[in-house]
Design a binder for this molecule. Structure first.
Ligand SMILES: Cc1ncc(COP(=O)(O)O)c(C=O)c1O
Length: 448
């Protein structure tokens, strides 16, 4: 038998890393744990990839998929419908905030983001503002990899190879308070400043050319930047003032991750669209959605008008059936309430790590945290590229995994460890995470 990587082209992966080393191969999951092909157990500290919210090994989700596939494996939602898509759209509309009543299914997050940008452009063409086409997003934010979504993404490192991108992707500052360039001692003033920067970006570009602002409730890339108090309130006002749509990209932040069904509900703002995916099925089948307000579908409801956009597998019957069964679990076990009840214990447990000199900042909300690592806690000095490479890729990722914790050591911004366990996790898993991080980070400090 050849090497497993002879044919499998892994995503965002340095293939050379596995020429002489085995690829970690995960074969089974149960609850908050996964097992590899050697029979070793790991705590799934990232819910796969912010996906497996209800936890692994839910046979009722597998059964829902099997039942739907036996009954009707596939039919498109192009001019026809099927019962699970109808029922799921109704369910999502009931859970989504305000008048976000229109559900456009996709197969994943990038397609949801892509669909939202296309809808923003098509909508403004129909209401007599055809120049509105640009989008504002934040520095080092991740919004997906298809060409449109990639143009909204703010990570230079994953864009360079694919230039030129779709024109019209404008960047504004993110809400990294730990590294605030202004108002570093006052979160309210910082939030105000960061929101106003979005307004200034719109002004610079010309409000008549800007269609939408794409923001995650908590920005993932860079390591969990929650919104400062008042931030979204001010962003909403700015969007209203310039007639710019506010898109809440909740591919990670919905389905309980932040202790609400949607992140916008947690921070009390009303978006014009929500993009979602990942946890909607807890990963038992792929699905995404763009959820739009009544206002945005209105121009497409009359005469010969239609939104000229679709995806063969968007709203796949099996995925919709799985999502419905997943939402049944959410309701029955009150997973969202479980996150709310336990999030402060999760935070408190992670904050114990502040006694390690390498831990600069512990930040996040719900079951979604980033731990920023620093060389000097007093000055907040970060690691240079070579140190970061040695620390994160050379040591931490492997050492955490070897110690039984699957999570992500990320350096797309400053070096961070990202944590987002399945929502069923409780103090037992929090303690396990803390203990493994403590021992591995202590060793990492000695390596420096
Ligand atoms: C906020 C956000 N938007 C979009 C995406 C893209 O989703 P997908 O990988 O399903 O295409 C992601 C993926 O992690 C994401 O985190």
């Amino acid at each position: 038998m050849g090497n497993p990587t002879d044919h499998l082209w892994m995503h965002f992966t340095r293939m050379s890393s596995y020429q002489d080393a085995p690829v970690p191969t995960i074969v089974r999951g149960d609850g908050a744990y996964i097992w590899d092909s050697e029979g070793r157990r790991y705590l799934d500290g990232l819910a796969g990839l912010f996906v497996v919210n209800a936890g692994h090994g839910r046979t009722e989700l597998a059964e829902a998929a099997a039942k739907q596939a036996s009954e009707l494996a596939y039919f498109p939602i192009w001019s026809y419908a099927h019962p699970t898509a109808i029922e799921l759209a109704e369910r999502i509309a009931a859970l989504a905030p305000g008048d976000l009543n229109r559900v456009f299914f996709t197969t994943g997050g990038s397609e949801a983001v892509e669909s939202a940008w296309k809808l923003a452009r098509a909508y403004f063409k129909r209401v007599g503002k055809p120049m509105k086409h640009k989008v504002v997003s934040r520095h080092i934010a991740y919004h997906g990899t298809s060409m449109g979504a990639l143009s909204i993404t703010g990570l230079p490192g994953i864009k360079a190879d694919f230039e030129p991108l779709v024109p019209g992707g404008i960047k504004a500052p993110n809400t990294n308070f730990y590294r605030a360039p202004e108002h570093g001692d006052d979160p309210v003033a910082f939030g105000r400043w960061a929101a106003e920067e979005i307004g200034r970006a719109i002004e610079r570009e010309g409000p008549e050319t800007v269609a939408a602002v794409f923001l995650e409730p908590v920005q993932n890339a860079g390591g969990c930047f929650p919104p400062p108090p008042g931030y979204f309130e001010r962003v909403r006002e700015i969007c209203d003032a310039y007639d710019v749509l506010l898109v809440s990209d909740e591919v990670i932040c919905s389905w309980g991750r932040l202790g609400e069904y949607f992140g916008a509900q947690r921070y009390g703002y009303q978006p014009d669209m929500i993009t979602t995916a990942k946890g909607i099925t807890s990963g038992y089948s792929p699905l995404g959605a763009m959820i739009a307000s009544d206002r945005l579908i209105e121009p497409f409801l009359h005469g010969t008008e239609s939104f000229a956009h679709g995806i063969t597998f968007g709203g796949h019957p099996v995925s919709c059936a799985v999502a419905l069964a997943n939402l049944e679990i959410f309701a029955r076990e009150d997973l969202v309430g479980h996150v709310r009840a336990n999030e402060s214990a999760f935070r408190a447990t992670l904050e114990k790590l502040y006694d390690l000199p390498i831990v600069g900042d512990v930040r996040g909300d719900g079951y979604f945290y980033g731990i920023e690592l620093v060389k000097d806690r007093t000055t907040r000095e970060s690691f240079d590229d070579a140190e970061s490479e040695r620390l994160l890729r050379g040591f931490l990722s492997g050492a955490l995994f070897a110690a039984g914790l699957y999570c992500r050591a990320d350096d797309r911004g400053d070096p961070v460890i990202q944590l987002a366990p399945p929502l069923i996790a409780d103090q037992t898993q929090f303690d396990e995470i803390e203990q493994i991080l403590r021992s591995v980070l202590t060793e990492a400090w000695q390596h420096l």
